[in-house]
Design a protein around this ligand. Structure first.
Ligand code: CMC
Length: 374
């Protein structure tokens, strides 16, 4: 096979159809089930977006109320999860902690033991809702634990976004801050066949169970070339320090051929469709918090890097500093991405199961020729 026939990294390869989202780099647009993501970010609670991704339609008022009621009932942590958290080293990376806890949640689900239980679509919808409801409680507990604080119980009177922040900080921030957080969740929810979603689909294609597919997806998301970039952006900001250091820092980083985290995208080559919405949200937080230092650094690095390389920011670039201003620890940024993307992952797992073909590509062998032991 000629090297040219090998699609390394599956770049440019269309492997299946999906009705969940459409990424169009030419028009710089992203649609969830037909709706522009910017419109959803401007108008919808995150619960409505989860409902949309799973069912194909936005909920009406009664459906949303019923959905939120079910989600709220599934929020509290199981005591066995609290016990598991106590066993995990305090300095373990939050991505590893969340991955481990999600794996444990799979062991609580007795319906997996039923004949055909692994792949029953109705059960999978319930499992998706369970993970969606549990992840904020888990992520909030993980951040608090790192700070030596006890977990805070969920509140039934708060929606997804407000409750997430309540459980993390023990107080409610401003309406604007809650709204920025909600927007970030909507923007992170779904993005077609990205690496973690594809990982989930590969696992689902073996007719494995939904929890296993989500655990695999979390592993894929952790890498800084994918979801880990939002954490890595903040490390870069900390390293640079302030706007006037951008030029020498960039000179050095590019001379060492370093990747600048939060820039570039496999699909979008002229800018990420989600960035303007998230940048506007970040600007609201900067104005409210007075963190103009962060805004100046953000603008200076973007201007300088785009001028030199013509490579544009992706969603992780504005979301990293936004999570910093909201008060999240840097190592918890990518777990926030898990909490959002679990909606897209589980929608894809169910879509894969509904018209399954085992995902099993080929490789071209380039090792030593056949040889024998004696
Ligand atoms: N910094 C420096 N150079 C870059 C960057 C970057 N961020 N992104 C691309 N390039 C260069 C790369 O070095 C290569 O140059 P050359 O042709 O001279 O070797 C060229 O651009 C093509 O890059 P590539 O890595 O082959 O392209 P790709 O389509 O495989 O990369 C990417 C996409 C996201 C892996 C890459 O842009 C990258 O590593 N970015 C930094 C990490 C990041 O921000 N990831 C988040 C991705 S989007 C949201 C998400 O998934 O969370």
């Amino acid at each position: 096979m000629a090297d040219a026939d090998i699609k390394k990294g599956l770049a440019g390869v269309v492997v299946d159809t999906t009705a969940i989202s459409k990424v169009n780099p030419e028009t710089n647009s992203l649609l969830y089930r037909g709706y522009p993501v910017q419109e959803l970010a401007a108008t919808q609670p995150f619960e409505a977006v989860a409902f949309l991704l799973w069912s194909g339609e936005l909920p009406d008022a009664a459906q949303l109320e019923a959905f939120q009621k079910s989600e709220r009932a599934l929020r509290p942590l199981d005591e066995r999860t609290v016990a598991l958290l106590d066993l995990i080293p305090l300095d373990a990376h939050p991505m590893d902690v969340v991955r481990t806890v999600v794996s444990q949640l799979g062991t609580f689900d007795e319906t997996l033991n039923r004949p055909g239980g692994w792949t029953d679509p109705d059960l999978d919808l319930g499992r998706a809702l369970y993970l969606f409801a549990q992840l904020p409680t888990i992520v909030a507990a993980v951040q608090r634990r790192r700070r030596g604080l006890e977990p805070i119980a969920p509140r039934d009177d708060l929606d997804y976004s407000a409750n997430f922040l309540w459980m993390t900080f023990g107080e409610l921030p401003s309406e604007a801050a809650i709204d920025v957080f909600r927007i970030s969740m909507v923007l992170y929810a779904e993005h077609s066949f990205n690496a973690s979603t594809f990982t989930a689909r590969v696992i689902a294609s073996t007719t494995s169970d939904l929890y296993s597919a989500v655990v695999g997806a979390i592993g894929a998301l952790k890498g800084p070339l994918h979801g880990g970039a939002n954490e890595a952006v903040m490390h870069i900001f900390d390293e640079i320090g302030s706007a006037e250091n951008v030029v020498p820092w960039l000179d050095d980083a590019l001379a060492k051929k370093k990747k600048i985290m939060g820039f570039g995208h496999r699909v979008y080559k002229n800018g990420d469709s989600r960035v303007p919405t998230m940048k506007a949200a970040l600007d609201r937080l900067i104005a409210e918090s007075g963190r103009t230092d962060l805004g100046e650094l953000y603008d200076a690095l973007e201007k300088e890097f785009v001028a030199r390389k013509g490579i544009y920011p992706n969603l992780d670039y504005p979301s990293g500093p936004a999570y910093n201003i909201l008060g999240f620890e840097t190592e918890v940024f990518t777990p926030l991405f898990i909490a959002a993307r679990v909606t897209g992952w589980t929608a894809h797992i169910m879509e894969q199961a509904a018209s399954n073909a085992l995902i099993r590509p080929l490789s071209a062998y380039n090792g030593v020729d056949e040889r024998h032991v004696s």
